[in-house]
Design a protein around this ligand. Structure first.
Ligand code: PBG
Length: 312
């Protein structure tokens, strides 16, 4: 076997997998304040105002990254998260700005948690997160993003039937060309911790375990994926990525669908922290982690490392 590893040229020639900037999607946070704010729990990531989006997205585009995933942080939150489908809301404005200034693929997160006063991903009634009442709102959010110019909408709420509801609403309004990337197997994960600080989206009571999946379950993950495909998802996503490489692998093997993986905030921040302590070689660890996600079966990776990785 060692003859094959004899020198760099041979090793390069025989490499089975490779991650390039073309395999990555960069998440961007946009807020309504008029300044760039560093996210404390995610060093090197920022909340951007609309006025700075042109600059950062141009940079993303110039590095060969094909698209971004957009998260909005509204000033006003309410019980129903009504800012989320405001046609003049922060994400809707951001989509228009990015579309006017770049040719990037714009993917938008469809969820209520950043917009609701209680921080849950659905409508709350007597402390219960109501499934079917939420579908209506998710469809409205998706439609408002499509109208603003989004290419792909990505529901992350984990309500049942949302892909079907969103697909119908988009088709009814002549947006049959807009893709749906569903967070199909989204686990209840502590790796979302830094994101919740970034997006101010932690629930004010209880947790998300009645809608996000138990990390112990893989057959259930396959059922989630199957249902989303039946409902019309174009791309399916597994999230988080690193502790769920087996899920990515099984999903790709079983369904042979376009498959994305979300290398989430906690996975990013752990690397940053260890690297700051001088315990790991940050660049090499990132190379290895992204490679592992691709080798597991992801066609592309949503990652906060995208910008740094592509720059290097
Ligand atoms: C919204 C949403 C979350 C993430 C993406 N969309 C948070 C959550 O479900 O609590 C997490 C992303 C990350 O950790 O990087 N529902």
């Amino acid at each position: 076997m060692r003859r094959l590893r004899k020198n760099e040229k041979l090793r390069e020639l025989l490499k089975e997998y490779n991650v390039t900037s073309k395999d990555l999607i960069y998440p961007i946070f946009v807020h309504e304040k008029n300044k760039v704010e560093e996210i404390q729990s995610m060093p090197g990531q920022f909340r951007y105002p609309i006025s700075k989006l042109k600059e950062i997205t141009k940079k993303v585009e110039d590095l060969g990254i094909p698209g971004i995933l957009l998260f909005g942080m509204p000033e006003k939150k309410d019980e129903l998260g009504s800012e989320s489908f405001n046609e003049k809301g922060v994400v809707q404005k951001a989509i228009r700005t990015i579309k006017e200034n770049t040719n990037l693929l714009v993917i938008t997160d469809i969820c209520l948690c950043q917009y609701t006063s209680h921080g849950h991903c659905g409508v709350v009634c007597d402390g219960i997160i109501k499934n079917d009442d939420t579908l209506n709102l998710l469809s409205r959010i998706a439609l408002s993003h499509a109208k603003a110019g989004a290419d792909i909408v990505a529901p992350s709420d984990m309500m049942d039937g949302r892909v079907n509801a969103i697909r119908s609403e988009l088709d009814k309004n002549s947006f049959e060309d807009i893709l749906i990337m569903s967070y199909a197997a989204k686990f209840l994960s502590s790796f979302y911790g830094p994101f919740r600080e970034a997006a101010h989206s932690a629930p004010t009571f209880g947790d998300r375990r009645t809608y996000q999946m138990d990390p112990a379950n893989i057959l259930e993950a396959l059922r989630e994926v199957e249902l989303d495909i039946q409902e019309g998802a174009d791309i399916i996503m597994v999230k988080p990525a690193l502790a769920y490489l087996d899920v990515i692998f099984r999903v790709k093997e079983k369904f042979e669908m376009p498959t994305a993986a979300y290398n989430v905030s906690g996975e990013y921040s752990m690397v940053k922290a260890a690297s700051k302590m001088g315990w790991i070689d940050e660049k090499k660890v990132i190379d290895e982690l992204l490679l592992a996600i691709k080798r597991a079966g992801a066609d592309f990776i949503i990652s906060y490392f995208a910008l740094d990785y592509a720059s290097l």
